[in-house]
Design a protein around this ligand. Structure first.
Ligand code: WTA
Length: 571
């Protein structure tokens, strides 16, 4: 196959020679970058914020924030003091090391202060996407046994406190008229708290953050990451994001998803970079003006966003000064070659694709500024990472053969466990020595990895990972729905959209209103992004004899493909 490669980006880059570095790399050398290497005292938030306050970076801007109503900036020293205060607020109400503390609020400076303060006292942060509805919030707080949540008065309606006996405190950010028992006003508590804090020093394997993510079966699973992940957050942000002292960095992901924490908080701040946070929703005008306003140099986003920007046209790009950009990256779903070529045309920049997952904690495969890009390829493994394509028996396959994308287990940011679910955790490591990603891919003769698809039924819609089971379970809670099967349907902009096939209960007839009602039921019960964009009503859904919905048959119907082996299907 002939591919056009894009030449390396000229200029000064942190990773100069990929091949040579890959052969000589040792994670142990990265440990020397941290203060705990000398002191033995470990805490991610200390390394990300406080450590810089002992250097000239103290007065450097750590966080630029703006939304429709606010325009603020905070230095590293200010972030240190604010997160100290918040650590004290949590200690005051009795939060201890290892407790699960959730943050459920829009992207604002208070969210970042809460995350850092929680980590400083050794508690485990659980970030929740602000669009989650009651059911999604309940599942996550229940499973993790959360003791505290930081949220806003508006979002509090979606926190079913009476069903959460372990939840002791609600910290409210924003105007509160009257506090109920167990509630704390963020503003009042922060005003009283001291800005000096004794940091809780932890073990490198102690819990840091709990991200819930979707699989193809069961409820969302809590992926626990530990402080040790900082080794990889730091080094990947240095070599893949290529962060340098003068950079203004913008990661567009919400901290409710792993990209928004690993590369919206930890990676950039461990490297002492200035981090831009833009509140509010996506619009091409708003995004381009954010780059212009802050003179963003490094921009990390996702294929859906680039496709939407592409859809907005080339003309609008010319209305903004984007000349500050020097490095553009993408993650989360396949990045189409045409988008990469479009990026060259309109931004005159290569878009650097990279691959990783919630479970992996940090980037594993990437395109580097000093490496040729083959558009459509995810790039090559990070130094210190062994990636391979293996068959179901664990044999490593030769180039150009499709199989399981697998990683040699034991990289620094690998998940530590699945909360409450050791069996699920073991499933990832079913083949001795390897982590099985659930993605299929192949590697070409030059060592570039090419994504082929998910092996399970997980849906990636607009960069967000949705488990079909969760949506199906919600659908059948609706009184009209007898059974439901949910698939990802290919979509030119969103990658996939959620399509549901349902069978109605006796006594119900199909109507536009009913379908809209069912859609809204999922939207308000789970989250807007989890609601099916399309619903098709069938008399009956294809099931195995054991009653499992056969999603691959639904997918074949949808795509007009042969349905394959139906021997397990019920009559
Ligand atoms: C998919 C997001 C193609 C993949 C950081 C993976 C990708 C899942 C890429 C993890 C990429 C991620 N090309 N597909 N560059 N990056 N994926 O946990 O299927 O939300 O397994 O983590 O996204 O999604 P998650």
């Amino acid at each position: 196959m002939k591919t056009i490669t894009l030449p390396v980006t000229p200029g000064k880059h942190n990773l100069v020679n990929y091949e040579e570095t890959y052969s000589n790399f040792d994670w142990k050398d990265v440990e020397k970058e941290f203060s705990w290497y000398e002191t033995g005292q470990v805490n991610m938030a200390y390394e990300a914020i406080d450590r810089h306050c002992e250097t000239a970076r103290k007065n450097k801007v750590a966080l630029y924030y703006s939304d429709a109503n606010r325009d603020e900036k905070y230095t590293f020293l200010e972030m240190k003091k604010l997160s100290n205060k918040f650590g004290n607020v949590l200690r005051e109400i009795g939060i201890k090391k290892g407790d699960r503390v959730f943050v459920f609020m829009p992207r604002t400076p208070e969210l970042y202060v809460s995350v850092l303060g929680t980590i400083k006292i050794g508690a485990i942060v659980g970030p929740l996407f602000e669009a989650f509805m009651e059911g999604a919030v309940r599942d996550r707080l229940q499973d993790s046994g959360a003791v505290s949540i930081i949220t806003t008065p508006e979002l509090l309606k979606r926190v079913p406190v009476t069903e959460l006996p372990e939840l002791k405190h609600v910290i409210l950010v924003g105007n509160v008229e009257e506090l109920q028992t167990g509630q704390v006003s963020y503003r009042d508590a922060m005003a009283k708290a001291s800005d000096k804090l004794e940091i809780e020093w932890v073990d490198r394997q102690d819990g840091l953050i709990l991200h819930y993510t979707s699989g193809s079966t069961g409820k969302p699973k809590g992926v626990l990451h530990v402080h040790n992940a900082m080794i990889q957050h730091y080094q990947t942000a240095k070599w893949i994001l290529d962060l340098q002292e003068e950079d203004i960095y913008w990661c567009t992901a919400d901290p409710g998803w792993v990209t928004g924490t690993s590369y919206g908080i930890f990676g950039p701040w461990l490297n002492g970079a200035s981090n831009v946070i833009r509140g509010g929703r996506f619009s091409p005008q708003d995004w381009y003006s954010t780059i212009e306003k802050y003179s963003v140099t490094v921009w990390y986003s996702a294929p859906t966003a680039f496709r939407m920007l592409m859809g907005a046209g080339d003309e609008i790009v010319k209305q903004y000064d984007l000349s500050s950009l020097r490095h553009v990256l993408s993650v989360g779903e396949p990045l189409n070659p045409e988008v990469v070529h479009w990026g060259m045309k309109v931004y005159n920049k290569r878009i650097h694709d990279n691959w990783w997952m919630t479970e992996t904690g940090a980037q594993l495969i990437s395109n580097y500024p000093t490496m040729e890009i083959k558009p459509g390829s995810m790039g090559k493994p990070f130094p210190g990472i062994t990636a391979a394509i293996i068959d179901n028996d664990g044999n490593v396959l030769p180039p150009n053969r499709m199989g399981n994308l697998a990683i040699k287990a034991g990289w620094p940011s690998m998940m530590n466990r699945i909360w409450n679910n050791p069996i699920k955790y073991q499933e990832y490591f079913a083949i001795e020595g390897w982590y099985i990603s659930g993605d299929s891919a192949y590697v070409d003769e030059d060592g570039y990895f090419w994504f082929q698809g998910r092996i399970d039924d997980v849906i990636m819609t607009a960069g967000e990972r949705v488990g079909p089971f969760e949506v199906e379970s919600k659908l059948v809670e609706h009184p009209a729905v007898a059974e439901a099967g949910v698939i990802g349907k290919p979509d030119p902009v969103r990658g996939e959209i959620i399509k549901a096939f349902i069978a109605l209960r006796a006594g119900y007839t199909v109507s536009e209103e009913l379908l809209e009602e069912i859609r809204n039921f999922v939207k308000t019960g789970l989250a807007a992004h989890a609601a099916p964009r399309e619903i098709e009503v069938k008399d009956k859904l294809p099931k195995t004899r054991s009653g499992k919905i056969m999603r691959r048959v639904l997918k074949a119907w949808e795509l007009g493909l042969p349905t394959g082996d139906l021997s397990t299907m019920e009559d």
